[in-house]
Design a protein around this ligand. Structure first.
Ligand code: NI
Length: 392
């Protein structure tokens, strides 16, 4: 019997965990009850549990019984929820108003738990499986904190793998690509200061509204004229605040804010430099001052080639050759990027759509599709077992 068939038989149990987590969402670095729940389940299957990294992370260590190898593989899930008011009206809706598992991390945690249970029962491999339950993916960079706290020194992995559900692809399909999977997510804030004054005497002012408008306009050319058409980047100005109710007054300051997304580290660097140059130069031309606050976000998540091939082959073995597709890189962020900066590995997408029109990730109407729990779990099991297959 395949791992998938065995796991499918236990899906009522997995669904129970998933719905319990869904009802009890916790956000960045506050996943206290969630990590207790995860640790207790792991311990009940005889898994060695390590806690304390990044405040609430749980690492389950499962040693194989098919040899004495110390080769390690990391399988990572995220545990955090979002600050969203749930509107699904499902029986297992969030019991905490304003917090919700709207990105399916409840499903990710349950799939990795299901895999850990199976791997702990069978231990049919030669080496060590590190199951990683990380906090704060949605903001706060829990993965970054774990890597900086020395995750890979404590738990040496040859490769590390991640997975995310995808409501926009049919349930039971998977997608993966080599190279960038997600974008870097830097944000900026600008404060432009000129000289306020009477709207009828603009020559006595430094008009920051016109200046800021020119900056917004000039920034539009950064992507279209500096990024190669075969590459991708996004620059969005999302905030433009100035003025008061007084319609005869030119304000003294304008505040702008927004985000820059790129797929390649070199494009990220170029965009920051050009951004700073354009902002400063346009402000100078108007005689205005500009204060730039740059907030470095998650880096781009970059799948390494050999591990991507490996993961793709495992996915094909689990869901079928015709159900694994190439993934088009997304301009959203993913903090698994920090694990992939420090170690080889790959991030894969698991389809979970029931209809053509399911609510998307981060929607108040979203819910994880429990049918795919055994599929994701079987992918983890097969990946670990084939990576750590006993040498003949
Ligand atoms: Ni997510």
């Amino acid at each position: 019997m395949s791992a998938l068939a065995k796991l499918k038989e236990q899906n009522a149990e997995f669904t129970g965990w998933r719905r319990h987590l869904h009802q009890n969402p916790e956000t960045a670095f506050e996943e206290v009850k969630t990590s207790d729940y995860v640790a207790r389940l792991l311990e009940s299957w005889g898994v060695e549990v390590h806690r304390g990294m990044a405040k609430t992370a749980v690492v389950g260590v499962i040693k194989g019984k098919k040899g004495n190898s110390t080769r390690g593989i990391g399988l990572r899930a995220d545990m955090d929820a979002l600050n969203i008011f749930e509107e699904t009206n499902l029986p297992h809706s969030s019991k905490t108003p304003g917090k919700m598992h709207a990105c399916g991390h409840d499903g990710h945690t349950s799939m990795l738990l299901a895999a850990a249970k199976h791997l702990a029962e069978t231990r049919d491999f030669d080496g060590v499986v590190y199951t990683i339950f990380q906090p704060a993916e949605e903001g706060g960079g829990g993965g970054d904190v774990m890597v900086r706290e020395g995750f890979f020194d404590k738990f040496p992995c040859e490769a590390v793998f991640g997975m995310h559900n995808w409501p926009w692809m049919p349930a039971g399909t998977m997608a993966i690509c080599e190279g960038a999977v997600s974008a870097s997510t830097d944000t900026f804030e600008l404060k432009i200061t000129g000289k306020g004054g009477h709207a009828a005497f603009p020559h006595d002012t430094i008009d920051v509204i016109v200046c800021a408008s020119q900056i917004v306009s000039a920034l539009q050319h950064l992507v279209s004229r500096n990024v190669a058409p075969s590459d991708s980047a996004v620059l969005s100005v999302c905030k433009f605040q100035a003025g008061t109710q007084a319609l005869n007054v030119l304000p003294e300051t304008v505040e702008l804010g927004g985000t820059i997304r790129t797929l390649k580290p070199e494009t990220r660097e170029m965009m920051e430099q050009k951004f700073r140059h354009v902002v400063k130069t346009v402000a100078d031309a108007f005689g205005a001052q500009v204060e730039v606050k740059w907030h470095k976000g998650y880096p781009s998540c970059i799948n390494t080639p050999a591990e991507t091939d490996f993961a793709r082959n495992v996915a094909k073995a689990v869901v079928g050759e015709d159900k694994v597709f190439p993934f088009t890189p997304m301009m959203g962020g993913e903090d698994f990027a920090y694990f992939l900066e420090a170690c080889k590995g790959a991030y894969i997408i698991l389809g979970q759509g029931k209809t053509d029109n399911d609510p998307g990730l981060h929607s108040p109407h979203y819910d994880f599709n429990d049918e795919v729990l055994p599929v994701g779990a079987a992918y983890w099991v097969e990946l670990a077992q084939s990576w750590l297959a006993p040498k003949a």
